[in-house]
Design a protein. Structure first.
Length: 300
């Protein structure tokens, strides 16, 4: 599929604007807290002692046990051996403290570097209205019309085709599901947003993409939502906005973290490929429903 040059305002934030805005957020984190946190494995933890506020009693001090050999010390209490259960006919049953079950730990996800870049995590989604807007539209998108699959307007027939794919993939391995979703979405024609929506940039829902086709981030979003429908957890999926160093333009792909690897689903590449095999991509930021990550070269 032929890739078309995107405008400077593409991909939700212009590449330059995104870099400046996210860099500014990173610079502010040390003074304002800015919603940014180091990625897993980079966070530093410190213990802080906080004095009680006025009017609130300090907790009682912990006292060491009295020394029974010291003159004037109170005599130590007698040691009473509890009766053995069953020896006394009217013996009261022993009181056993309830056992609180510990919830199962969330599985640890291995996040290999994306295209050799380090990352810093953020939780404030204010800079990403196109992403949050499409998620909201996706949740509220219900109205569909009857019609044939040959119709240009998206209808129940097109939705049934997508649903049939997801149903067919139910029970397959995750790798099989990833490959099939990538192939299914990559067959759509590439159409830039100024032609499709008469705006410089628009992030489409999967239903809009299946109806009107789209550009690079629309492929990535449709794949993201499809895998979420198949039960993939949010924490292993990310939309990645990046620079294509070969073409000198902005681009977007889907990254899936599976079995310790970062797999890339790209409308410019027909098959799923490991991120480590791609040398000409430089990530700017990545995002999912929980967090976003600012990417910078590891040498910086």
């Amino acid at each position: 599929m032929r890739y078309r040059v995107l405008t400077a305002a593409a991909l939700g934030l212009g590449v330059l604007a995104a870099a400046l805005l996210l860099e500014d957020a990173l610079m502010r984190q040390s003074t304002t807290g800015g919603g940014l946190a180091p990625a897993a494995g980079d966070d530093a933890r410190a213990s802080t002692t906080v004095a009680a506020p006025p009017g609130v009693a300090e907790p009682p001090a912990t006292l060491a046990p009295a020394d029974p050999t010291r003159e004037g010390a109170a005599p130590a209490p007698a040691v009473v051996t509890p009766p053995v259960p069953g020896n006394a006919p009217n013996e009261a049953p022993a009181t056993v403290a309830p056992v609180t079950a510990t919830p199962p730990a969330r599985p640890t996800i291995v996040y290999p570097q994306l295209f050799g870049a380090r990352e810093i995590r953020g939780a404030n989604f204010a800079p990403f209205p196109k992403w949050t807007g499409l998620i909201e539209r996706q949740v509220n998108e219900h109205v569909l019309y009857d019609g044939p699959c040959s119709a240009r307007r998206f209808n129940r027939c097109h939705l049934a085709e997508w649903r049939a794919l997801l149903k067919e993939l139910d029970g397959k391995t995750r790798r099989e599901q990833i490959e099939a979703v990538n192939q299914f979405m990559n067959r759509a024609p590439y159409i830039i947003d100024p032609v499709n929506y008469r705006v410089s940039d628009y992030w489409a829902t999967p239903l809009q993409f299946l109806n009107k086709d789209g550009d690079c981030e629309d492929y990535a979003i449709a794949k993201y939502i499809s895998l979420r429908e198949l039960g993939f957890p949010t924490e292993i999926l990310r939309i990645v906005v990046l620079d294509d160093l070969n073409l000198g333009i902005a681009h977007a792909v889907l990254a899936v973290y599976l079995d310790g690897d970062a797999l890339i689903l790209d409308n410019q590449i027909s098959h799923v490929i490991a991120a480590a095999r791609i040398r000409h991509y430089r990530p700017i930021y990545s995002i999912n429903e929980e967090y976003w990550w600012l990417h910078r070269p590891s040498a910086q």
